[in-house]
Design a protein around this ligand. Structure first.
Ligand SMILES: NC(=O)c1ccc[n+]([C@@H]2O[C@H](COP(=O)([O-])OP(=O)(O)OC[C@H]3O[C@@H](n4cnc5c(N)ncnc54)[C@H](O)[C@@H]3O)[C@@H](O)[C@H]2O)c1
Ligand SMILES: O=C(O)CCC(=O)CC(=O)O
Length: 354
């Protein structure tokens, strides 16, 4: 007999090629009058397009979003929002820009409309992260969950192939860990498997032709589902390791997820056979091939597979292991220092899981 808790999250989603054109209606549905548009410096042109669509409802553009939301940037953006009298934030970009919107919302309660342009999934979660004095703190608060989300695959056509692949694997990581989450449930399992399958089919198509709108649509659809999984159930060892490697060793977010996931799955494989079978099935492989399927998806699409190739130093592996052993997330297999250190070594070397 199944027994579970399912908690839905409130957000309005518009999905489809050209969905950006729905922005004025989406803002009006939120009852907002003056939107501060957020972006990274690289996506300023997209933010200007958003401001143009908003017309009189655009209060201004803040274009200094950066990865991991430094507290100084969050304070600056909150002050700009206050000075401009903004009553909502429109975040166009990846997890870094959505994250900046969340840092503003956490402090001010300003509602967020998110327009995601990567597959990170932050727009579907009440999770925020802010970095202060070199330490990234994360937390959960429903105030930071975007009220409204426009998913427009056309906006992802410019996402470089390399980042498309690693960002897709970042999304798969959310779904994979959702499948063995201590808070898992059958509805989330359905979304997780469908999300992995959509991204697994999309990535080779995007690599072959980055302008393939069908493949881009599949990837963004998968990212949406995987983001719901991340926002709905707790994550485990893999996310803990990535937070450690990103937060304490400054490794790049999506690439770190890509490299670590096959090894985290291999670590958990014997303790979570049903989850592994679903991950493998979603990727068209045999029930016991989940770690290899994820590794091959990354390698065959040109993504990095070794921590040593993305900036991790061999001499830091012991410290990473001891940080990851602290404040553990619930995980199907208990964390043991020896096997965890071996996992990090294998990920550092980029070995295909046996
Ligand atoms: N809170 C959450 O639920 C959650 C979930 C996932 C990720 N995150 C956070 O998000 C951050 C990573 O986000 P990310 O991986 O999306 O990367 P990102 O937002 O940092 O974007 C990476 C780069 O790609 C550019 N870019 C984004 N979309 C583009 C597009 N369509 N075309 C061209 N360039 C584009 C950005 O401007 C940026 O320069 C990390 O800080 C991570 O911790 C948070
Ligand atoms: O850094 C954050 O904002 C939290 C990130 C998170 O939990 C998802 C991830 O690691 O991809």
């Amino acid at each position: 007999m199944r027994s579970f808790v399912y908690q839905g999250l409130p957000s309005r989603v518009v999905f489809g090629a050209g969905a950006l054109a729905q922005l004025p209606q989406a803002i009006a549905a939120m009852g907002a009058q003056r939107a501060l548009v957020l972006c990274t410096p690289e996506q300023r042109a997209s933010a200007e397009r958003v401001a143009q669509l908003l017309g009189e409802r655009a209060a201004g553009i803040f274009d200094r979003a950066v990865m991991h939301v430094p507290i100084e940037t969050a304070r600056e953006a909150r002050e700009v929002a206050r000075q401009l009298g903004a009553d909502c934030a429109v975040a166009i970009g990846g997890g870094s820009t959505t994250g900046l919107g969340k840092a503003i919302a956490l402090d001010s309660g300003l509602p967020i409309l998110a327009i995601p342009t990567t597959y990170a999934g932050s727009e579907m979660t009440p999770i925020y992260g802010i970095t202060e004095a070199g330490l990234k703190k994360t937390g959960k608060d429903l105030k930071v969950l975007p009220q409204s989300v426009l998913y427009d695959p056309e906006l992802t056509l410019t996402l470089p192939v390399g980042l498309s692949v690693t960002s897709g694997l970042n999304a798969i990581a959310h779904a994979a860990e959702g499948l063995y989450s201590a808070e898992g449930n059958p509805v989330i399992d359905l979304m997780a498997e469908e999300g992995i399958a959509a991204i697994g089919r999309a990535l080779p198509g995007i690599r072959a032709n980055p302008a393939d709108l069908e493949a881009r649509g599949d990837a963004l659809y998968g990212a949406w589902l995987c983001g719901i999984v991340l926002g709905s159930v707790g994550m485990a060892l893999h996310h803990k390791l990535c937070h450690t490697l990103g937060g304490s060793f400054n490794l790049p977010h999506a690439e770190t997820h890509t490299v670590v996931l096959p090894h985290a799955l291999a670590y958990n494989a014997a303790a979570a056979p049903r989850a592994m079978a679903r991950i493998a099935r979603a990727l068209g492989r045999g029930a016991d091939e989940a770690p290899q399927a994820v590794y091959d998806l990354a390698r065959d699409n040109g993504a990095p597979v070794a921590l040593r190739d993305i900036g991790m130093k061999a001499e830091d592996l012991d410290r990473a292991c001891s940080i990851a052993m602290q404040n553990q997330y619930p995980n199907p297999r208990p964390l043991e220092a020896g096997p965890l250190r071996a996992l990090l070594q294998a990920a550092w070397e980029g070995a295909r899981p046996a």
